[in-house]
Design a binder for this molecule. Structure first.
Ligand code: NAD
Ligand code: DAO
Ligand code: ZN
Length: 370
């Protein structure tokens, strides 16, 4: 079949909207009509050329929602008409990683996914002249239709609005999951969230859901304060307005350091501040942000000797096929909020505007609706 897609032809260039060929689903695969997709920082990391593992030409996008149109041979858990969210972290429920409750990093299709191809080693997308186009993060949601492995699709409530729940495909789950699955925050905790963007705001609402008493938000941009307060932030700190040492200021504000701190900036200096602002003896710091290629974190080892813990999280520690449908239900039941974070809605033809809004710091999430 043919479909319309935003194609990343070369690193650093705007995406090009074009008709592409899409082969139907092979065994174990599913054809999905994408109805909406968020534009995330990670798409920009790859589009811009900053991602050393970025491959081109490719169809980017990994935060989508849509409807199953056709299933390949052997697919048993999905049928045409099912509503789904693509998963860049799949859940095969059989590999050594899926069988270990300590991780969500299913490895069943890891190698081929990283190479931009389906598990059989080939791409389903090509240019009209036959040149192959690579998949991205196993999802390629910047296309009106895409093909995914069955294990990379979460079946969701059919009443859920695509233009909102697509955000659960990355940002919402990453932020809330970091609190609930990775940190396992207890009621009454004190927490600090560094970076109040698309991920940090969801950490803030995850902390409110977990019953944290104090939720300190840290951001260089004062415009982020009002939205973060709406989602549960109790104190706001702009590091550029703090006299003296930021760690000392945060330790004092949280009466000895926070039980939990979260980096949602991707800046390794911020990651160090986050670790050192965690409480001596028990404070845990969770790294969510993805740092630039080659960047390294450092601190004095004595920070760990004296009981602070440094931990990382991918996709909020969520096992997608199991957890994503539950998070969609939380949204449908009003337990979590998404709508105010979808600040812009665009057509596929306007997708490059979504990246401009991100650079200008004007959007939390821009969503393309097909
Ligand atoms: P964003 O740009 O929307 O938000 C980042 C926020 O950090 C902005 O509000 C910015 O003003 C603030 N900030 C920047 N530098 C700062 C500093 N020095 N001190 C305080 N605040 C600062 O980005 P996002 O979409 O929220 O993503 C955040 C990070 O999470 C990115 O690195 C992204 O790649 C990563 N991410 C990780 C996962 C995962 O599974 N671990 C998933 C998705 C995204
Ligand atoms: O299993 O080795 C692996 C890869 C897991 C990929 C996890 C990616 C999480 C961070 C990327 C940001 C996603 C938007
Ligand atoms: Zn697995």
């Amino acid at each position: 079949m043919r479909t319309r897609a935003a194609v990343a032809l070369e690193a650093g260039k705007p995406l090009e909207i074009m008709e592409v060929n899409l082969e139907g689903p092979k065994a174990g695969e599913v054809l999905v009509e994408i109805k909406a997709t968020g534009i995330c920082h990670t798409d920009e990391f790859t589009r811009s050329g900053a991602d050393p593992e970025g491959l081109f030409p490719a169809i980017l996008g990994h935060e989508g929602a849509g409807v199953v149109l056709e299933v390949g041979e052997g697919v048993t858990s999905l049928k045409p008409g099912d509503h789904v969210i693509p998963l860049y972290t799949p859940e095969c429920r059989q590999c050594e990683y899926c069988l270990n409750p300590k991780t969500n990093l299913c490895q069943a299709i890891r190698t081929t996914q990283g190479q931009g191809v389906m598990p059989d080693g080939t791409s389903r997308f090509s240019m009209l002249d036959g040149t192959p186009i690579l998949h991205y993060m196993g999802c390629s949601t910047f296309a009106n239709h895409t093909v995914l492995p069955e294990i990379a699709l979460a079946k969701i409530n059919p009443d859920a609005p695509f233009d909102k729940v697509c955000y659960i495909g990355c940002g919402v789950t990453t932020g809330i999951g970091a609190v609930i699955n990775t940190a396992k925050v207890e009621i009454g905790s004190r927490a600090i969230v560094f970076g109040l963007g698309g991920i940090g705001l969801n950490v803030v609402q995850g902390l409110r859901l977990a019953g944290a008493d104090q939720i300190v938000g840290v951001d260089l941009n004062n415009d982020k304060q009002a939205m973060a307060e709406h989602f549960g932030m109790t104190d706001f700190v702009n590091p550029s307005e703090v006299d003296g040492d930021l760690v000392a200021h945060l330790v004092e504000l949280t009466k000895g350091g926070a039980d939990y701190t979260f980096d949602a900036t991707g800046n390794v200096n911020v990651m160090r501040t986050a670790l050192e602002a965690a409480h001596k003896g028990w404070g845990e710091s969770i790294v969510i942000g993805v740092a630039p290629a080659g960047a390294e974190i450092s601190t004095r080892p004595f920070q760990l000797v004296t009981g602070r813990v440094w931990r990382g999280t991918a996709f909020g520690g969520a096992s997608g096929r199991t957890d994503v449908p539950k998070i969609v239900d939380w949204y449908m039941d009003g337990k979590i909020e998404i709508d105010p974070m979808i600040t812009h809605t665009l057509t596929l033809d306007e997708i490059n505007k979504g990246f401009d809004l991100m650079h200008a710091g004007e959007s939390i999430r821009a969503v393309v609706v097909f």
